[in-house]
Design a binder for this molecule. Structure first.
Ligand SMILES: *Cc1c(COP(=O)(O)O)cnc(C)c1O
Length: 362
C-alpha cells in the first residue's frame, strides 16, 4: 500500500476544546465544523465535538447527516438557507440559521414551517461579505420579531481583522452601535478574536482553526497558545539518490544542486493535498520532517511525489518516515512557507489519503 496516511487524534481535539473553554470561560462554544470539519472528517470527530455546546457548519447535507446519526446538539448554519425548500429541512431537523440578507427574510416570512427557527441575525461589521448594515439590522429585527416562523433571535457578526494589526476595535464599535438597546444574545468571535479580545466572547464563541490545533496568528505559534495538532500527515521515502553538482531536480528543474547531494523521494504530492506552490528553489524550501529531523523540499511538488534534501540526515533511507505536517511540524509553518494558511492545507487533504482515527488520551 502507498505509504501516505493521515492520523486524526480525538484527544488533541478535546484538549484544544479545553484550551478554548479556559480562554473563554463564560461563553458557550459553537465548534465550527464546516468543510467536513476543516478536512478532518465531521463524522470521525463527532465523539470529541460532542464536548462543544453546538456545531456550526454551512452544508445542509452534513447537518442532516448528523441528525440522521442521532446527533441532537444545537447546529447553526453559518450562511443560512439558500432557498425556500431548504427551510423545511432546517425546521424539521431543528437547525438554527444565520439570516444575513433581505431575500432570506422574505423566504422566512412566506414559509409554513413545522417548527419555528432559531435565527442569528448577521451584521456586516466591515468585511462587506455577508450581513445587514445598521438600518437593515433594525428593519430585519422588526420583521423577525413576532414572525410565526421565528423562535428566537440572536445577533452575530464576523470580524475581518481579528488576526491582524487593524484589529477589531472599529468593527466592534460598529456592531455595538448598530445593535444598541436590542438586548439579545450574541456571537462575535472566531478563533483569533476569542484568543486576543476577551470582550468579544459574549454568549457564544465560534472557534474553527484553534479547535484543530493551528494558530490563527502569523506571529504566535499554536504550541505557544497550548494547542495540539489534530491532523498529522505522514508518508515515507520511496526512493533515495545521489545527485551531482549542477543536476536539476523535478519538473522544470526548479532546483539545481550546488554540490553533490543526497535527496529522497516522498510519496506525497498535490493530489494528496500538499500545496503545489510550496517553494523548492535553492534559496527557499518548504519545511518537512524526515526520520525525526527537519529538512526542506527541493524542486517542484508533483502530483504524487515531492523531493527532500537528505544532506543532514545520512541515516534516512527508503522507508524512512516523513511528516508533512502535524505532530513535530506545524501545518502553520508549512503553510507560511507555501504562502498560504493552515486552513487551506487541512481542508485540502485529498480523499485518496487513508485516515487513521486515534485517541492518544485513552
Ligand atoms: C469559518 C468561520 C469561523 C471560524 O473561524 P476560525 O478562524 O477558523 O476560528 C467563525 N465564524 C464564521 C462565520 C466562519 O465562517
Amino acid at each position: 500500500m502507498r505509504p501516505i496516511r493521515a492520523t486524526v487524534d480525538l484527544a488533541a481535539l478535546r484538549a484544544n476544546l479545553g484550551v478554548i473553554r479556559m480562554r473563554a470561560p463564560g461563553a458557550k462554544i459553537w465548534a465550527v465544523s464546516k468543510a467536513n470539519a476543516y478536512g478532518h472528517g465531521l463524522a470521525r470527530l463527532a465523539p470529541a465535538l460532542a464536548g462543544a455546546d453546538g456545531l456550526a457548519l454551512l452544508e445542509i447535507e452534513a447537518a442532516i447527516a448528523l441528525r440522521e446519526q442521532g446527533n441532537t446538539q444545537p447546529v447553526l448554519m453559518l450562511e443560512g438557507f439558500f432557498g425556500a425548500a431548504e427551510l423545511e429541512s432546517f425546521s424539521h431537523h431543528r437547525i438554527a440559521s444565520v439570516v444575513h440578507h433581505e431575500e432570506q427574510l422574505r423566504m422566512l416570512r412566506a414559509a409554513r414551517l413545522e417548527h419555528p427557527l432559531a435565527v442569528f441575525l448577521k451584521f456586516n461589521s466591515g468585511m462587506n461579505r455577508l450581513g445587514f448594515d445598521a438600518t437593515g439590522m433594525r428593519r430585519a429585527l422588526d420583521a423577525l420579531r413576532g414572525g410565526r416562523n421565528v423562535a428566537s433571535v440572536s445577533l452575530m457578526t464576523h470580524f475581518a481583522d481579528a488576526d491582524g494589526a487593524p484589529g477589531i476595535v472599529d468593527a466592534l464599535e460598529r456592531f455595538e452601535r448598530a445593535t444598541d438597546g436590542m438586548n439579545l444574545p450574541a456571537t462575535l468571535a472566531n478563533s483569533a478574536a476569542l484568543l486576543r479580545y476577551p470582550r468579544t466572547h459574549r454568549d457564544w464563541v465560534r472557534p474553527g482553526i484553534a479547535l484543530y490545533g493551528c494558530s490563527p496568528f502569523a506571529n504566535e505559534t499554536a504550541a505557544a497558545i497550548g494547542l495540539r495538532p489534530v491532523m498529522t500527515l505522514r508518508s515515507r521515502l520511496i526512493a533515495v539518490r545521489e545527485i551531482a553538482p549542477g543536476e536539476r531536480v523535478g519538473y522544470g528543474g526548479m532546483y539545481t544542486a550546488q554540490r553533490a547531494m543526497r535527496v529522497g523521494v516522498v510519496a506525497c504530492g498535490y493530489a494528496d493535498g500538499y500545496p503545489r506552490h510550496a517553494p523548492g528553489t535553492a534559496e527557499r524550501g518548504t519545511p518537512v520532517q524526515v526520520a525525526g529531523k527537519r529538512t526542506r523540499t527541493v524542486g517542484r511538488v508533483s502530483m504524487d511525489m515531492l523531493i527532500v534534501d537528505l544532506g543532514a540526515i545520512p541515516e534516512a533511507g527508503v522507508g524512512s518516515e516523513v511528516v508533512l505536517w502535524g505532530e513535530g511540524l506545524s501545518a502553520d509553518e508549512v503553510a507560511a512557507a507555501a504562502g498560504t494558511v493552515s486552513y487551506e492545507l487541512l481542508c485540502a487533504l485529498a480523499p485518496r489519503v487513508p485516515v487513521d482515527l486515534i485517541d492518544s488520551g485513552r
